[in-house]
Design a protein around this ligand. Structure first.
Ligand code: ADP
Ligand code: MG
Length: 250
């Protein structure tokens, strides 16, 4: 579902991603951990093409992001074509990023109606199913400010799912939440994983990584230092940098 090959990304002279190699199989959950500033968010943003990479190649669902192949040659895509590639990727951020002036239901139907031109009744029906799935059908008419952080994040997940993504990216989805609200968001993510959604999750929740992750990737300094089965990486890290990081967070 995702293949990154020697991905590089710089901001000016700051080289943030220094050759990322990563493979995410369809239906699997990949958890990404690493110190602050190691490039985790930047990498997710590159997968979603919110950032343009400076080197290497990035495929999502078999398509080379940002390019079109024609008669053996590569052509850079226009913005509208890039937007079309991004449509199948859902993203959930640390700060829930809901539209504050719109109801919960309006937040969830917005993209399908605007981007996919879904008629309102169909979009509403899907939205209500998704809100039910995240346990918030009774909050459809509420506004984001009336919800707890955990509820807002569950709406954000429903909103991303409304586009019927093939891949879901989560960037520290529980880091902004009070501790007692973390579980309800992780539970929704567990359900998604169980249903076979392909997910890349940047997280500090090692319990989630161990229980739900099919693989665990440790990033530091803009590279993948180590990856493998979560239990193996967590209990028997091979690299000194992984050991040092885990000894601080576990
Ligand atoms: P992480 O998510 O692992 O904490 P980030 O990907 O957010 O790391 O950031 C990695 C580095 O890239 C940091 O030094 C950060 O300041 C820098 N960075 C991220 N986004 C930008 C940007 N848009 N412009 C300049 N520097 C950036
Ligand atoms: Mg980050």
């Amino acid at each position: 579902m995702v293949m990154a090959e020697n991905v590089h990304k710089s901001f000016g002279r700051l080289e943030v991603l220094r050759g990322i190699d990563l493979e995410v199989r369809r239906g699997e959950v990949t958890c990404v951990v690493g110190p602050s500033g190691s490039g985790k968010s930047t990498f997710l943003r590159c997968i979603n093409h919110l950032e343009k990479i400076n080197g290497g190649r990035l495929w999502v669902n078999g398509r080379l992001m940002g390019y079109r192949q024609h008669r053996g040659r590569l052509y850079e895509l226009r913005d509208s074509q890039v937007a079309a590639q991004r449509r199948d990727i859902g993203m959930v951020f640390q700060a829930f990023n809901l539209f504050p002036h719109m109801s919960v239901l309006a937040n969830v139907v917005e993209a399908p109606m605007r981007v996919k031109r879904e008629p309102r009744p169909a979009a509403r029906e899907t939205a209500m199913e998704l809100l039910d799935k995240v346990g918030l059908a009774d909050k459809a008419a509420s506004f984001p400010r009336q919800l707890s952080g955990g509820q807002q994040q569950r709406v954000a997940i429903a909103r991303a799912l409304a586009m019927r993504p093939e891949l879901m990216l989560f960037d520290e989805p529980t880091s902004a939440l009070d501790p007692e609200l973390v579980g309800e968001v992780l539970d929704v993510m567990k359900d998604l994983a169980r249903e076979g959604m392909t997910m890349v999750v940047v997280t500090h929740e090692m319990g989630f990584a161990r229980e739900v992750g099919d693989s665990l990737v440790f990033m530091d300094g803009g590279v993948v230092v180590e990856s493998g089965a979560p239990k193996r990486v967590l209990t028997d890290p091979q690299h000194e940098r992984t050991q040092a990081f885990l000894s601080k967070v576990l």
